[in-house]
Design a protein around this ligand. Structure first.
Ligand code: DSN
Length: 390
């Protein structure tokens, strides 16, 4: 390790350059990653990072907030219009925090939440025992239906009636199908529960109008901004107006201190881009490219969880398709400069550290200009790598 000083400073920037090169040369199929615009990154690296602004526009604790007030107002307004929300809080630093903020706003320790378990496509912050959500609150999990590997809404309904949760949570990290928001909201409301959506993965597809927005059915919607939405690292909470006060109060001062105004400016840039025709076309390409992967692996006789995809990735059962674990799949592809993540499949018999699946996503490479032909060629190549003997 170099001593602190100029050589080390140069090394830090050299590392960043190497990562930039990796991101432009390696094939990235990680479904939760994307390549943001120069404008998003310009806002992220702006002087707004220097500003403390605890509070909300026109109600700040510190002076000098007139410009950051403007940018937060713009971000809130743009994201509300994208999703059809009555209220938005653009301050949450990340998706896991956004979810914990919502829980803290409406639950007491020990209260029940109904969600999908992480190993079937949920998220750590949806009640994993390893996460604060699972330690602080009592999560009950509805299953995926075993044969179709789709959300079992009838079982969700039965469990909601039996457990009387305070929140019914839908929206997932590794579930390749569109969610029936109306059905989830009806189940929640019939049991006096709040209907909460976590659309971190599909936010861009929803913003472009290719999937239904959870509003007006769902009460509260969280999302990150850096996945399919192609913005900066960060998150947003949207809700009905009647929940705005609790959400804002639990975000600040309840959970966070000073908002990251540079990230909020970058969120505003991202939301503005998401209102444009090019973004809608981009999301259409993301979906078509994922369909191409589905069709190719169906042609190879491969097994796709839930039988295919409605979104930006496929979940490939590599155990039954190739007789290898997800970890082996990741390792084989990494040697060929293809980055992908192992993923549990529904009712997986492998450990979470090995898994039987690969989640193969299209947003990043679509941002880099890849079309259906490139994805079809890639699928042929990956099939050869994953199916190779030994
Ligand atoms: N790490 C994200 C994903 O890959 O889905 C979720 O936070």
């Amino acid at each position: 390790m170099l001593s602190p000083g100029k050589p080390l400073r140069d090394e830090i920037f050299a590392v960043i350059s190497r990562e930039e090169k990796r991101q432009t040369e390696e094939i990235n199929l990680i479904a939760s990653e994307n390549y943001s615009s120069d404008d998003v990154r310009r806002a992220t690296g702006s002087v707004l990072a220097h500003k403390y602004a605890e509070g909300y526009p026109a109600k700040r604790w510190y002076g000098g907030c007139r410009h950051v007030d403007e940018v937060e107002e713009i971000a809130r307004d743009l994201v509300k219009r994208l999703f059809g929300a009555e209220h938005a809080n653009v301050q949450p630093h990340c998706g896991a925090s956004a979810n914990l903020i919502v829980y803290s706003a409406f639950l007491k320790p020990g209260d029940k939440v109904l969600s999908l378990v992480l190993s079937q496509g949920g998220h750590l912050s949806h009640g994993s025992p390893a996460n604060l959500s699972g330690k602080e609150y009592q999560f009950v999990h509805y299953p995926l239906e075993r044969r179709s590997e789709r959300v079992d809404y009838a079982e969700m309904e039965r469990l909601a009636a039996e457990h009387q949760p305070k929140i019914v949570l839908a929206g997932y990290s590794a579930y390749p199908r569109e969610v029936d928001w109306k059905r989830v909201a009806e189940i929640a409301h019939a049991n006096n529960a709040l209907a909460m959506a976590d659309v971190a993965h599909t936010a861009g597809i929803i913003a472009a109008g290719h999937h239904q927005t959870p509003f007006p059915h769902m009460d509260i919607v969280t999302t990150t901004t850096h996945k399919s939405l192609r913005g900066p690292r960060g998150a947003v909470i949207m809700c009905r107006e009647k929940f705005a006060k609790e959400i804002d109060h639990c975000t600040f001062p309840g959970f966070q201190g000073g908002p990251f105004m540079h990230e909020i400016a970058a969120k505003a840039v991202c939301f503005n881009e998401a209102h444009g025709a090019e973004f809608k076309a981009y999301q259409g390409r993301v979906l078509r490219n994922a369909k191409t992967l589905e069709e190719k692996w169906k042609g190879f006789g491969g097994r796709l969880c839930s039988g295919g995809t409605d979104c930006h990735f496929i979940l490939l059962d590599v155990k039954s398709t190739y007789g290898i674990t997800g970890q082996e799949g990741v390792d084989r592809l990494a040697k060929q400069n293809i980055a992908v993540n192992k993923n549990a499949i529904p009712y997986d018999t492998e450990s979470i550290f090995k898994t039987s699946g690969l989640r193969i996503g299209t947003p990043f490479m679509t941002s880099r200009g890849w079309d259906e032909t490139r994805f079809a060629e890639l699928a042929d190549r990956m099939h050869g790598i994953l199916g190779a003997k030994g």
